[in-house]
Design a protein around this ligand. Structure first.
Ligand code: PAN
Ligand code: ZN
Length: 181
């Protein structure tokens, strides 16, 4: 991770007719949270995050780049933060940049040997996610967390491995402090 000046990325909105918006509700995170009782007490139609993407070439094109901004709501399910589903890339060696625009959170990373670690996200933090590394973001504060992403247009998203086996560590809110365990 390197730290950029917070003025480096100020755009929090993508406006273009080529922008797609994907919305994920709590329901889309089914099976991901540890506290199943807390999960089933939630309004599963509530929005958890939204991703605005600019896809200038067709999905799967070799050599192109995609750009996205994710807006992740604040909240807890049991003691676990609202977070993205997380994925490996389908072409596993494909890397990605994430950078934090607004809010605070934790980028949770896991390699193919299931070693899991976290990088704190705050405005201006730039994160290089190398290939073969699963990635997920948790919002650890009370405001919306907004982060940008840029990834190869042929990377693809493999959600299955994470939906099935999860990450080897979870990020819990322990007395108000994020703890990866
Ligand atoms: C990001 C993610 C986005 C949402 O654009 O797709 O933050 O997270 P999930 O895809 O895990 O639901 C990215 O990593 N693209 O490759
Ligand atoms: Zn990705």
């Amino acid at each position: 991770m390197i730290q950029l000046p917070t003025t480096f990325f100020t755009a929090t909105n993508l406006t273009s007719k080529t922008v797609n918006k994907i919305q994920r509700t709590i329901k889309d995170l089914t099976g991901i949270y540890k506290d199943e009782a807390a999960f089933s007490a939630e309004d599963t139609n509530k929005k958890m995050y939204e991703v605005a993407t600019y896809l200038p070439v067709a999905e799967g094109t070799e050599g192109g780049l995609f750009f996205g901004i994710t807006y992740l709501q604040p909240g807890l399910i049991g003691n676990e933060y609202y977070m993205t589903k997380g994925h490996f890339h389908t072409i596993e060696n494909r890397a990605e940049y994430y950078w934090c625009i607004e809010g605070k959170g934790m980028l949770i990373l896991m390699d193919k040997d299931r070693n899991t670690w976290g990088e704190a996200m705050q405005p201006g933090s730039l994160h290089y996610i190398k290939g073969f590394t699963a990635h997920r973001v948790a919002n650890t504060e009370n405001d919306v967390l907004i982060f940008g992403a840029c990834w190869p247009s042929d990377a693809g998203h493999d959600y299955e491995a994470i939906a099935k086996n999860g990450f080897s560590k979870r990020l819990f809110n322990i007395n108000g402090i994020p703890a990866l365990q």
